[in-house]
Design a protein around this ligand. Structure first.
Ligand code: ARG
Length: 455
């Protein structure tokens, strides 16, 4: 019986089911790699044309033609007109097909000294650098929203909690900037992932190099990488590892965001009513007409589970994987892209929620029970000369004597660094400015490299 088969660039014949199974989501996922695949190819072809050989693989004039066609493909992809067919398998073959359709034999030369293994690895790293910067920008925007909320709330007293129980006087500003700072610090993890992504695997080919005088540092320079992964075998094994590192940073970001979300859910419950969520960001019920539910914030919790899951899945995929390229590496791409998309949408929607959130100063003050002042009372006894443990027991043994106090005054009484009256918003504003500058500088650098490459 004659079996149904399909022709692709790499395989003469392949069972269509096998093709569909192995291609997986690549025709869709790889669309976001199109621009970066073109950049990688432009750098590779330029380098090929500069190789000193008795007979050029690609001449300088040919390389220039290829770059011009690549620039057209980038435009197509920017306009959503770039297509990856199942027969192409992935973006790499789609770009080669298009170059060959346009340039004939010249298109067939571009893969000289290269494998899809180093090609996809370089594409993902270029994509990752860009995405990390854009994610960082969204972190900066959310943190700015929280700092604005802090500025509006100022020293408005808020009950500080431990174990969710009323604990000590806090303020709206302290709550908001506490979360803001924790989120801002996540940029350190993103920068670590950025540094890892900023190393070039191109020129490692299938993972063992090729008998051609490839100038690997030249492509690093053209693409704007900080350096080259020296060992070709190591370069092939590094595929997936930097995606996993980024997923770990994303999982941590989501974890931090889920804690902000949870506080917002609790403090906007009618029983607390310290904060009010913007109505247009809450959803109703099909049966209970009075409902305004914080679905977005609940989904932040849910999506945190997803991103943590993606990180775990990536590490599970990589653990004990034999050296060299293996096709299951392709599945890391799905986890990586999904994780990025989920985290970025979450950052954006949370910024909108924080922007629209209001606080009720009366409700915040009304929540102060006498117990919240207990530690302050004991510390006043210390100021009068009592040893701390005696002062503590005196208060603890007569909790019934605690009275309601002026919560604004207690908030104002704490003045050391970082406490209720020792928070300096300028510190956050300066850091935000510095981070925004770093992001802008790097995006500009990448953009300049791309423009120069396609000339
Ligand atoms: N789409 C593939 C991936 O993401 C490209 C590399 C294919 N390489 C191979 N040796 N089959 O992994």
């Amino acid at each position: 019986m004659k079996k149904d088969t399909k022709k692709t660039i790499t395989d003469n014949t392949v069972d269509p089911d096998v093709l569909t199974y192995t291609v997986g989501e690549d025709p869709v996922l790889d669309l976001s790699l199109a621009k970066w695949d073109c950049m990688g190819t432009a750098a590779h072809v330029t380098m090929l044309s500069e190789m000193k050989l008795p007979r050029a693989v690609v001449t300088k004039a040919e390389a220039s033609k290829v770059r011009k066609t690549l620039a057209k493909i980038v435009k197509l992809s920017e306009n959503g007109q770039f297509e990856i067919r199942v027969d192409d398998q992935d973006v790499h073959m789609a770009v080669e097909r298009m170059l060959t359709e346009e340039l004939g034999d010249l298109g067939k030369k571009i893969h000289t000294g290269r494998s899809r293994n180093d090609q996809v690895a370089v594409d993902v790293r270029l994509h990752m650098k860009d995405e990390i910067l854009r994610t960082s920008q969204e972190v900066v925007e959310l943190v700015s929203s929280l700092v604005k909320f802090a500025a509006k709330g100022g020293k408005t007293p808020l009950v500080g909690r431990t174990h969710l129980q009323p604990a000590m006087p806090s303020s709206v500003e302290m709550w908001a900037t506490g979360h803001a700072e924790m989120i801002l610090d996540q940029l350190e993890n993103l920068k670590a992932a950025y540094r890892l992504a900023d190393i070039n695997p191109l020129g490692s080919a299938a993972g063992y190099g090729v008998p051609l005088p490839l100038d690997r540092s030249r492509t690093s320079e053209l693409l704007g990488f900080s350096r080259t992964i020296h060992n070709c075998f190591g370069a092939s094994m590094a595929r997936g590892e930097c995606e996993a590192a980024l997923l770990s940073a994303l999982a941590q970001i989501m974890c931090v965001l889920s804690r902000l979300a949870e506080d917002m859910i609790i403090f906007s419950m009618p029983e607390f009513a310290y904060f009010k969520l913007p109505r247009e960001y809450c959803t109703g019920s099909s049966i209970m007409p009075q409902k305004y539910n914080p679905d977005v914030l609940e989904l932040v919790r849910g999506k945190t589970a997803q991103v943590i899951g993606s990180q775990t899945a990536a590490l599970t995929l990589l653990h004990a994987m034999p050296g060299g390229y293996n096709r299951d590496l392709q599945d890391v791409k799905l986890l990586y892209m999904k994780g990025l998309d989920t985290t970025r949408t979450t950052l954006r929607i949370l910024a909108k929620l924080v922007d629209g959130m209001t606080f009720d100063a009366d409700k915040c003050r009304e929540a102060f029970s006498p117990g919240v002042f207990a530690t302050d009372v004991a510390l006043r006894k210390v100021a009068e000369g009592k040893p701390w443990r005696d002062a503590y027991h005196e208060v603890r043994d007569h909790l019934e004597l605690l009275e309601s106090e002026d919560c604004d005054a207690v908030v104002a009484a704490k003045t050391h660094e970082g406490t209720t009256c020792g928070i300096d918003l300028k510190i956050y504003k300066d850091r935000l400015k510095e981070e925004a500058l770093f992001i802008k500088k790097n995006l500009k650098f990448i953009d300049a490299k791309c423009k120069a490459l396609l000339k």
